[in-house]
Design a protein around this ligand. Structure first.
Ligand code: AHR
Length: 535
């Protein structure tokens, strides 16, 4: 098996296991002549100023039946890594080690043409079907029960999407009954007949996928979708009162119906649902004209999107005089603009959307993580789209797997963004972010985990030329030790990892500041860093 030589644990805790790591990757010491010329940024940390507890589901992911995500990615009975269920054990371990809290399935565009009944029951009786979203061949050898079993092995929670494209509220409710009910009723009995006695108790459900998009199978108007979603939600809630239901919001911010869709469909289904979805894929072309500094500010436009969608939801709430406040599910987000082939050539597991990520993509993913942390009061679920082979942090081949650049900020979020979100006072130099207004060279988010006595800082340095200093001013805390200090940086923003060179872009130990009531962190130009402190 070809894998990175240095274990993931070393990559994730630069100081505690820093000795071993330092031997391989020397600590990054910013160029002092540069930092001295720039005004240091100032961060005020006050332990009283904190808000929301982060929902662990904020850093979930997404597995769609497309390309090589399921077949070749997580499931491959022919692979030397296959376990007794045909699951790739190397990929399983990688995802389990990441501790991904929730995984959305089975789509994506795929779900809008999917008949879930094709994917349950005896394997030899399952039909091979032409899948119309990606024009691929779906063997149905992996379906709902296999996914539930995989989730248990990975120790993650399923976020199931139902088909509201070709599917009906009735077929959606049948799937819920199949998954969740213990009763002696038609669909629960079918599950038993298939060999699964106990219900799965799936809590979170997406009512369709991107139904605002003309590309979507079964695309409809906002009002049509809102009525269909309300009908499905009513039937599903009657079946299982404990579930949480997420309505399809706008699929991006550039679609002409952006926000209008959200308003109209919520006017039809607000009372029936718990949350509204948001999706976003960043690119360094249309959004930015290829300007990397503007690109690294794009997470702020994600923050704007969150505010806008929340405002529309609150507007509808006000109009309907509802006591309920919807939360947001950012259930697809990532960088995606290079590998945009949509035709699988009617093959099984075609190479689709195998985007190769570079350093600047990873830095922006870091920025998006900061945005999600800061928005945790409203965003409860988030899904990095996707998890393996398709616009993914993990890539497989016949002999093993390798990690893309975006793996690292995502892994840091999963490991360190725990507990509550800190409200920070940040004074920082800015540059002109065009439509976004003045943008700070540094973007900082912070979490405090009192059960472990740890405070973490997640810092994006958007300055492409200069190292930057950040002074930490502690109002009422005194950090006792730096337990992790890592950075992802490099001279070439376009550098990538590949199967042949899997560690080309990987974290280095960042020279840790000395703990005290006043501390200064030196941040390399174009970097994303994590600092964990014992407090
Ligand atoms: O994640 C790839 C695709 O992007 C999904 O299928 C769809 O929901 C989105 O447009």
């Amino acid at each position: 098996m070809q894998r990175a030589d240095v274990s993931r644990r070393q990559f994730l805790s630069g100081v505690s296991s820093g000795l071993a790591l330092a031997a391989l990757t020397p600590a990054v010491r910013p160029d002092e002549s540069q930092t001295r010329t720039k005004m240091p940024a100032r961060l005020i940390i006050d332990s009283e100023r904190r808000h929301t507890k982060i929902d662990r589901r904020l850093f979930g992911s997404f597995l769609e039946h497309m390309g090589r995500a399921v077949y070749d990615g997580i499931f491959d009975p022919e692979s030397p890594f296959a376990d007794e269920d045909g699951i790739r054990s190397d990929v399983l371990e990688e995802i389990r080690d990441l501790e991904v809290p929730i995984i959305r399935y089975p789509g994506g565009n795929f779900v809008s043409g999917y008949n879930w009944l094709d994917g349950v029951g005896p394997l030899e009786e399952r039909p091979r079907v032409l899948e119309r979203a990606w024009n691929s061949l779906e063997t149905n050898q992996f379906g709902t029960n296999e996914f539930m079993r995989w989730c248990r092995k990975v120790r993650t929670e399923p976020l199931m999407a139902v088909n509201l494209g070709t599917g009906t509220p009735e077929t959606a409710t049948a799937l819920l009954e199949y998954c969740n009910l213990d009763s002696r009723t038609k669909w629960a009995d079918l599950r038993r007949e298939h060999g699964y006695e106990k219900p799965y108790g799936v809590k979170s459900w997406c009512l369709g996928n991107e139904m605002d998009g003309p590309w979507q199978i079964g695309h409809m108007t906002a009002r049509e979708y809102g009525m269909k979603a309300a009908d499905a939600a009513r039937q599903m809630r009657r079946t299982d009162r404990s579930i949480q239901l997420i309505a399809c919001g706008s699929s991006n911010t550039t679609i002409p119906t952006y926000l209008k869709w959200d308003q109209e469909m919520l006017e039809e289904c607000y009372h029936e649902v718990d949350a509204i979805s948001l999706h976003r894929y960043f690119n360094n072309t249309d959004d930015t004209g290829g300007d990397s500094q503007q690109y690294l500010a794009m997470n702020l436009s994600m923050e704007k999107q969150i505010r806008e969608v929340a405002s529309v939801a609150d507007y509808v709430r006000g109009r309907l005089r509802s006591r309920k406040k919807l939360w947001l599910s950012f259930d697809e987000w990532n960088v995606w603009y290079r590998a945009r082939e949509f035709d699988g050539g009617q093959k099984v597991a075609p190479h689709l959307l195998e985007e190769v990520y570079n350093l600047e993509d990873a830095l922006l993913v870091g920025g998006a993580i900061n945005t999600l942390i800061r928005s945790a009061d409203r965003v409860k679920v988030g899904c990095l789209a996707q998890i393996v082979n398709v616009i993914a942090p993990i890539m497989t081949h016949d002999e093993g797997l390798w990690r893309q650049t975006i793996y690292y900020p995502y892994a840091w979020a999963l490991k360190y963004a725990r507990g509550q979100v800190m409200d920070l006072g940040l004074r920082v130099e800015t540059f002109d972010g065009a439509d976004l207004g003045p943008v700070g060279y540094l973007d900082v988010a912070s979490t405090i985990d009192e059960t472990r006595s740890r405070l973490c800082l997640f810092i994006l340095n958007r300055d492409l030329e200069h190292d930057r200093q950040l002074e930490l001013v502690w109002r009422d805390l005194e950090p006792q030790a730096i337990t992790t200090s890592l950075t992802l940086t490099g001279a070439d923003l376009k550098a990538t990892n590949t199967r042949e060179d899997p560690d080309n872009v990987s974290p280095h130990v960042l020279d840790p500041p000395s703990p005290g009531t006043k501390m200064t962190i030196d941040l390399p130009a174009q970097s994303y860093s994590i600092l964990e402190m014992k407090i």
